[in-house]
Structures are given as C-alpha cells and as structure tokens.
Design a protein around this ligand. Structure first.
Ligand code: ADP
Ligand code: MG
Length: 576
C-alpha cells in the first residue's frame, strides 16, 4: 500500500499544477462573492453544478429554468449582487431568457450562465445537439451579452458580466459558455492569475450640486408636494437616508408596490390610501427610483388631473429623464448619494402647507375607515377582503417576513390591503405585471434572507410555477403559499355556450391545490373560512414548514383583469 502511494505521488503533483474551465469558473464566482446559483442541470453543465456544490457554492436545482431565473433576478434585487442562473443550452437557455429580460426590465442585476453547443457547428448551422446561436438571441433582451471561448478569459468574462449587471442602472447579463470551455486545461498558476476580483463594481454616482439645488428649490416652492418612492429606492439600500429625507420634507409620500416598507405603510405621511387624491392634486412631484411608465399612467392624463405639475426625478439613468413628461429638475446619480446630498444642504426645511397635509390625511383616514369592516368579514365562501384581512394581520405580527404576491385581483387587492413595515419585504410582478414569478421569488427570498416567506397567489398565477413546490419541500424552505382559489382567471364563473369545452378562463371547479404539496411531504390545508385561514397561516409561519393553503374564494368574487381591465382591447362587433 505504502509503495503504491509513493508511486502515485508524482502524477498527483503534476495534476495539481493544472486547472480547467470548470474550476476557473467556480474560483472566479467565489472570488467575487457569488456564492449561490439557481439553475437546472443537464448537458453541458451537470458536472459544473456538482463541482460548484462540492466547492461550497450553494447550488439550488429547480424544475424549470424560468423559475430559477426569476429566483436569480430577485436575489439580485434583494442583495445588490448579481443573482446567478445556470442553464443548459438552447431550450434551457430560452427558458431562462424570459427571466433575464424580466431582470433587465425591472433593473435587477442578474447573470445568466448558459452552456452552449460547438461554435464551429453552430456557425455553419450543421445541426448540433441543441444548436442555437444563443449570444445573438440574448443580446437584444439584456443589458450586455458576452461569450468566453478560452479558459484564460473566464476571469475577465465574469468580471465584465458583474460590472455590466450592477453598475449604473442594474440589469441582466448573458454569459455564453460553450461546452468545450469547461474541459479546457491550463497551468494552475496562470489560471489563478487570470481571475479578476472586481473592485467597486457599482461605483457611487454623485449628483452635481447644481442639480441638487435645483431639485430642492422646486420642492420647496411646492404648495402640494408629493414624493413617490419606487423599487429603485428600495434596491439602493439607502433606507435610513431615504426615511430621514422624506420625514424632513414633511411631504406625503406614495410608495410604488415594491417601494412599500421603505417607510412603513402606517407612517403618518403615507398617502397610499389616498393615491388618486395625491396624483390629481399635487403640484410638485419628486420621483425617487420610480419611472413614469404605465404604472404611473405616464405622468399625464385623467389620473393626474388638470392642475399643472412640476416633476423632479432622482434616478441613476440619465436617459430616463423626460421619457414621458418634462422633468424640470433631474437629479442623476445613485439614490444613496442623491438623497444624502439633498439631506446635506436642506437646512431648515419648511413644513408643507397645513391644508394640503390635512386634505391628504383626511382622505386617507376616510378610505382606511371605509375598508376596515370589509376586512373583518367572516363570509363563507370567503371573498378577497375577508381573506386578505387575515393575511394583513399575519404580516403585521411578523414585519420581517417577506411577502411575495402575484395574480390579478389577488395582486391588486393585496397590494392595497396588506401593509408593509420594512424595506424590501414585498416582492411582486414588477414592471411587466407578469405571472409566474411566485415560486422562484419565494425560494430566493427564503434562501437569500433566511426569513419566513408568505406567498399570496392567484390560482392562475400559481400554475405558472407550481411544480417548484417540490423544490421548496426538497430544500425545506420556510415558505407558506396561500392560493386564492376562485376556480379560474379573474372569476370562476365564465360559461362557454358554443361547445362542450369549458370557458377559456375557468379551471377545474373545487380544485385542491393543497394536495399538491402533500405529494412531496409538505403540509397542505384546505381553508374555507377566514378563521381556518388564520389558524393555518399562523401555524405555517411559526413552524417554518413548507405549507400550501388552498383558500377557497367565492368564484363570483373578482373582476376581469383586476384593476387594469381598461388595458383589454374590446371588439366592437362582439355579440352580447
Ligand atoms: P417602480 O416600478 O417601483 O416605480 P421602476 O422600476 O419603474 O420602479 O423604477 C426604478 C428606477 O430606479 C429605474 O429608473 C432605475 O434606473 C432606478 N434605479 C435603480 N437602482 C438605482 C440606484 N441605485 N440609484 C438610483 N436609481 C436607481
Ligand atoms: Mg383566480
């Protein structure tokens, strides 16, 4: 035995001086603190996943790349580091690409690593296994796209990807990794020296003092000021400065969906429950990390009323200014630096006119009071308000929990009803208003923060990522999924009179989604009343056990497309 060991030694030593693509990529990720990968194994990245796991990177295997990609995208939002998604070639890459485009649209930093086929064969279109020119396809759908052909370029390739993802306006980056790259061997020392630890990946972008003064002058001149806090403000992790700034201005603030919790929804200045009033009647609006896109009616039209308005915008992306309406005071820089600079020169700040503050507060209190009894109703079957009243209490008792939310009515109503108390505790469908983020977001939220997750899902929305309940059970994540089951999309009552097929918007009546998680050892509960729902959610949130609650909602509850039915084109020729 001893003899054999001695004989083997020189061979081992020779090997120890070599490295390869697999190891270089793992080392490069670790060197840059990218310690978690969301993906689906397969050719040519199966061994890479195994080796990364063995090297101490957390590798979470999903059931579909789109969900892994959504997980990576929200990991980027929650941590300010690019979330990493790993996929196989062609179809796996395409599945992940939806999430990469989503990350880019939402300004979340993410890197999609996809294995790809032989360049020589792909470029001559000779029909390789999963042949596809992935780099060309990814390019228009993300912030940057790169391909690494040689092991000695892995360090530089990843460094470029990291910088592109997190600097300036964050977004998605594609990194193409042809199968051959992984096995390429090179001298270990040279390999080590080729790696790059990215220094200051998202450098501070300091606003010009002039722009800061201009913005404050405009804000000070306001008779009816409003501050809108978007998810860019939440992403910036400048929570204390933002809160101090908003409080110093005394102005009403309106959180966008994922900006909720930067200041608590119960804060005296919060105008969430007086949204239409503040949009219509404000005269100066300061946007902090929020775009004037469809979610804000493009800053014009009926929602914004007739009163002339001045817009101030704080954003890292200079091209965002004047995108929809004139911005009289653009402040370009990262939000931490911008808000810090404004705080630094505000001096004694006058309180906004008392009549404006009073108008907003009374409107808000009136709306809150109107809503209160509806949230306490005990109707069976449940309606949205009865069920959401319960979830609102659950979150109030656990302000550290993360709320994931998607659906149509389930989304629109939960956004208004469930108060959020801390930054980055509400994650949802984002800029596109997409369905399908649910399980991916829930998994990443649990993995990245270690906090319990409450996932409030429409029955249709859940269907896009439902298979990942197995993933949640496999990794034993503290996720409680509540499905608002009203038997269909928008409502469960549509009827098709033309054939035996069900209507296009309905599902199997009385479905028991709770049985799905039981198949994987999780806890399933069928809740038919607010009391049952309360008991089940509290238990799940306290135990941390993967739980799926089928909340039976009246199929008649809900309206077409939730609050955005106006976006549906209607045929003028439709038979009544
Ligand atoms: P919401 O949907 O919540 O209104 P948007 O996604 O429309 O938010 O807007 C987010 C904005 O925040 C984008 O215009 C983006 O450029 C900006 N942004 C993202 N991160 C930062 C940052 N660190 N500093 C400044 N602006 C940022
Ligand atoms: Mg439904």
């Amino acid at each position: 035995m001893a003899d054999a060991a001695v004989k083997e030694k020189p061979a081992d030593a020779a090997e120890a001086q070599l490295t390869d693509g697999f190891n270089l990529l793992i080392d490069a990720l670790k060197l840059n603190g990218l310690d978690t990968i969301y993906g689906v194994p397969g050719i040519p990245i199966t061994d890479f996943g195994r080796m990364a796991q063995a090297a101490g990177i957390r590798v979470l295997s999903f059931r579909h790349e789109q969900n892994a990609g959504y997980a990576a995208s929200i990991a980027g939002f929650l941590t300010k580091k690019p979330g990493v998604c790993l996929t196989v070639s062609a179809p796996g890459f395409l599945n992940g690409l939806t999430a990469l485009a989503h990350a880019t649209t939402n300004c979340f930093p993410m890197i999609l690593l996809s294995g790809s086929s032989e360049r020589e064969i792909v470029d001559l279109q000779q029909g390789d296994y999963e042949e596809m020119d992935q780099l060309a396809i990814a390019k228009p759908l993300c912030k940057a796209a790169y391909r690494v052909l040689h092991a000695q370029d892995i360090g530089i390739g990843l460094a470029r990807a990291i910088r592109a993802a997190v600097s300036g306006r964050p977004g998605g980056v594609y990194l193409d990794l042809p199968a051959k790259l992984f096995g390429q061997v090179m001298d270990a020392e040279k390999g080590k020296n080729s790696l790059v630890k990215v220094i200051d990946a998202a450098p501070a972008q300091i606003p010009s003092p002039d722009s800061v003064k201009r913005a404050l002058d405009v804000l000070k001149s306001a008779k009816r000021p409003l501050i809108i806090l978007g998810k860019g403000a939440a992403y910036a992790q400048a929570d204390d400065a933002i809160r101090a700034f908003v409080e110093k201005t005394g102005a009403p603030f309106l959180p966008m969906s994922m900006g909720k919790g930067l200041l608590p929804d119960t804060h005296p200045q919060c105008a969430g429950a007086a949204r239409s009033t503040v949009l219509k009647d404000s005269d100066v609006v300061m946007l902090i990390g929020a775009r004037l896109n469809w979610l804000l009616s493009h800053g014009k039209g009926k929602a914004w009323g007739d009163a002339p308005k001045k817009f101030i915008q704080v954003d890292i992306e200079p091209k965002e200014m004047d995108s929809n309406v004139e911005i009289v005071a653009p402040v370009v820089g990262d939000i931490g630096s911008c808000v810090g600079a404004m705080l630094g020169v505000m001096g004694n700040w006058p309180a906004p006119p008392a009549d404006w503050v009073k108008t907003v507060t009374s409107k808000r209190d009136e709306n809150v009071a109107k809503m209160a009894p509806r949230l306490m109703n005990n109707n069976v079957p449940m309606d949205y308000h009865g069920a959401l009243g319960v979830l609102r209490d659950v979150v109030k008792a656990r302000p550290d929990a993360i709320l994931v939310n998607e659906g149509a009515n389930t989304l629109d109503l939960a956004r208004g009803i469930i108060d959020v108390y801390k930054p980055r505790k509400r994650i949802d469908v984002g800029t596109w208003g997409i369905m399908g983020i649910g399980m991916g977001y829930a998994i990443a939220a649990a993995v990245e923060t270690g906090k319990p997750v409450l996932c409030v899902e429409g029955d249709s929305a859940f269907g896009f990522s439902g298979m990942e309940v197995e993933t949640i059970c496999r990794y034993k994540l503290p996720v409680c999924i509540v499905i608002f089951n009203n038997d269909g999309i928008y409502r469960g009552t549509d009827v098709n009179n033309a054939s035996a097929d069900p209507a296009t918007t309905v599902f199997v009546k009385g479905s028991r989604y709770d049985k799905m998680i039981e198949a994987f050892g999780g806890t399933g509960v069928n809740a038919t009343s607010p009391d049952e729902l309360r008991r089940a959610v509290n238990e799940a949130m306290d135990s941390g056990k993967p739980t799926l609650i089928n909340a039976v909602i009246d199929p008649k509850a809900g309206s077409e497309s939730g609050r955005i039915g106006n976006l549906n084109p209607q045929s003028a020729l439709k038979k009544k």
